[in-house]
Design a binder for this molecule. Sequence first.
Ligand code: TRP
Length: 329
Amino acid sequence: MKQITLTGIKPTGQPHIGNYLGMIKPALELAKDFQALYFIADYHALTTVRDKKELAHLTYQATATWLALGLNPDEVIFYRQSDIPEVFELSWVLSCFTTKGLLNRAHAYKAIVDDNIAEGREEDKNINAGLFTYPVLMAADILLFGTHIVPVGLDQQQHLEITRDIALTFNKNYGNVLTIPEAVIRKEVMTIPGIDGRKMSKSYNNVIPIFAASNQVRKPVMRIVTDSKRPEDPKDPDECNIFAIYRHLAEVDAVEAKRKLYLEGGLAYGEMKKELFALLEATFSEQRDRYNALMENPGELDKILEKGGEKARDIAGPILTKVRKAIGV
Ligand code: TRP
């Protein structure tokens, strides 16, 4: 039996290159060696998204993104969190083994509290209990499947620690019922710069989208911030935001050739931007067509997710039964 790797995909709209290089590509690689369970965390999104059409649309976008970029639903168990009722039953059970203090210390919650205090508002203003118990639902997502490995970004590290903490507390009381998962933190995510040189992130407005029309991709690429060295000047490739993206997408030989050109001088940043744009087109145009076709066919997306959900429930059922037996219900 292969070990289980699982991760939740928060549906956040159109993907950018940072999402692809930082999360999607490594997750698809991991799926070759593990039984992968990847799911759309739509009930986590409900803590903030309150528009029915938007939530559905975001879920379809995330689903189409992963399929278009190469997720094979015959190999990866690919599903929608809200299709798995077992998650929510386990979530309640786990909440009874989670101290409130543990949740009080969660960074995401604390950040909103700190913001409220800084703005002179009541400290729990605009915080719903779903936001507060978000880490418990995440623990249920993970523990329900006997997960061994959870690949996540650095921002989720604490959530994984909380998951382990909850599982250990449960096991201390009932014996070795739950598998204790390991986080695999992708540090890589941090090094994909956006067009302004900060980490690529929607909230910084510095992204290069993957599936947008060509001119929407070209525009941000041509606006990538560089220093003011002239074409003939030698340049440090490792200080260049264009190269930082290029090197992850181009063939090894091409990357080495460019690195030499940077160091020797003779390369204009404008030319390098054009090359990066051409590379993005070559790399993603087929996937973009597939994405657009999938988005026009939400019925197909539903079918794929439902089938994945059935497979996921086959794994979840026996584990939840074990938990219920352990508790005595
Ligand atoms: N909280 C994660 C994020 O914001 C998404 C997520 C939900 C998740 N459940 C999970 C990640 C379980 C890993 C495992 O990105």
